[in-house]
Write a protein of this length. Structure first.
Length: 98
């Protein structure tokens, strides 16, 4: 009697473990061929010619209409301007050389 109880308990436990493993293993399946061949979503083009990209000091969040030749804060989000490392002083360089 005790032997059949242990056998049933072992079978139920083994079935439960197998069920749990099969549920979790299905979640980590590799993508199907249709998913792999699907085109990537198109990225929206960003206009980087505005003052929020070309000024000497820019907002780290590139808020529209931000940017200045002097340190300060962004009028849109209030963050401190940071020095734009891509800023080129073409006009200032030509006038200081004279």
């Amino acid at each position: 009697m005790k032997s059949s109880f242990l056998t049933k308990r072992t079978l139920v436990l083994a079935f439960a473990v197998a069920a749990i493993l099969s549920v979790y293993s299905c979640k980590s399946q590799p993508e199907t061929a249709a998913e792999a061949d699907a085109p990537a979503p198109a990225m929206e083009a960003v206009d980087t010619t505005g003052p929020e990209y070309t000024s000497r000091y820019i907002c780290p969040m590139y808020c529209k209409g931000s940017g200045s030749d002097q340190p300060g804060t962004c009028p849109a989000c209030g963050m401190e301007y940071v020095l734009n490392e891509d800023f080129h002083e073409t006009h200032a360089d030509s006038t200081s050389a004279q």
